[in-house]
Design a binder for this molecule. Structure first.
Ligand code: ADP
Ligand code: MG
Length: 281
């Protein structure tokens, strides 16, 4: 198993007492698997990602990566967040190279691999379509371009696991779709184990092998659904597929605490004209 979570839970203690953020949970992630985490705001999704990243200790349980206990942040994990996290004073290319510079300093030497690193940075900049903007600064880029740079930076250390926390949440619908296509393309080429937090059920179904649905805070796993569309079938078109819509309805019902019954409201939200209710509500 690539990632193994056992009894991982978290409560924060602050001035106003304890906040129970995450109920103890078990989760196994296979090598190359892409898992989306969906759930109501405040249910502990970011907390879970921070724990897996080693940025925050759990109050209960353990996280193992390739059989080794995660005790702190490391280069095995690539991180990408919703907030713009590029360094404004570095160019696009310097931002993407930055994690390598850090790793290089830590290992004090290996000057010989500077050329290999430069080639790796170039390859990634080309992959995300930013080679022509390599010398631009973050403020000169659109939101989508900034997130493409952040994606390249998350990948540059060739991480074992990619952790993405609503990475496209702040983008407009069209840019978001472009980023989804880019990520799909990337997944098809390099099967990289990914935990992906999103509010967007369409996005979760389009990208994932499995969608894990969380309850309200303190988050616990309500369901873990396999998504079986072939990789080749994954494109924006898929969002109109009947089987896709069926799974979407199922997840939306779970999120609203009304499992497995498509209601009139779901149908309206899904934009279906047939408003006949099944099972009623
Ligand atoms: N550093 C922190 N200190 C105290 N409480 C926190 C901290 N981080 C998150 N929380 C609380 O933990 C709960 C879960 O937060 P979070 O993991 O950010 O949820 P989500 O990402 O699912 O929206 C929330 O109630 C939030 O206020
Ligand atoms: Mg969050």
């Amino acid at each position: 198993m690539k990632l193994s979570l056992r009894g991982v839970g978290k409560s924060y203690s602050g001035r106003r007492g304890e906040t129970n953020a995450l109920s103890p949970l078990d989760m196994d992630v296979r090598e190359g698997e892409f898992i989306s985490l969906v759930g109501p705001s405040g249910c502990g999704k970011s907390t879970l990602l921070h724990i897996v990243a080693g940025l925050e200790p759990p109050t209960a349980g353990t996280v193992d990566l390739d059989g080794e206990r995660v005790r702190g942040p490391g280069a095995e994990l690539g991180l990408m967040f919703q907030q713009q996290t590029l360094f404004p004073w570095l160019s696009v290319r310097e931002n993407v190279r930055f994690p390598l510079t850090l790793a290089h300093r830590r290992s004090r030497g290996g000057a010989g691999d500077a050329g290999r690193q430069a080639a790796q940075v170039e390859g990634l900049l080309r992959l995300v379509g930013l080679w022509d903007f390599r010398d631009s600064y973050p403020a000169e880029l659109s939101g989508g371009m900034q997130q493409r740079a952040a994606l390249a930076r998350a990948l540059v250390g060739q991480p074992e696991v990619l952790l993405m926390d609503e990475p496209f949440g702040a983008l407009d619908a069209q840019t978001r779709e472009e980023m989804q296509e880019l990520l799909l393309h990337l997944i098809q080429r390099h099967r990289i184990t990914t935990l992906f937090v999103t509010h967007d059920v369409d996005e979760a179904l389009l990208l994932s092998d499995r969608v894990v649905v969380f309850s309200e805070r303190p988050g616990r796993v309500l369901a873990s659904l396999d998504v079986t569309f072939t990789r080749a079938a994954r494109s924006s078109e898929l969002k109109l597929d009947e089987a896709f819509l069926h799974q979407k309805r199922e997840i939306l019902a779970l999120l609203r605490g009304r499992p497995r019954t498509a209601t009139q409201r779901d149908r309206l939200l899904l934009g279906l004209t047939n408003t006949r209710t099944e099972g009623g509500s």
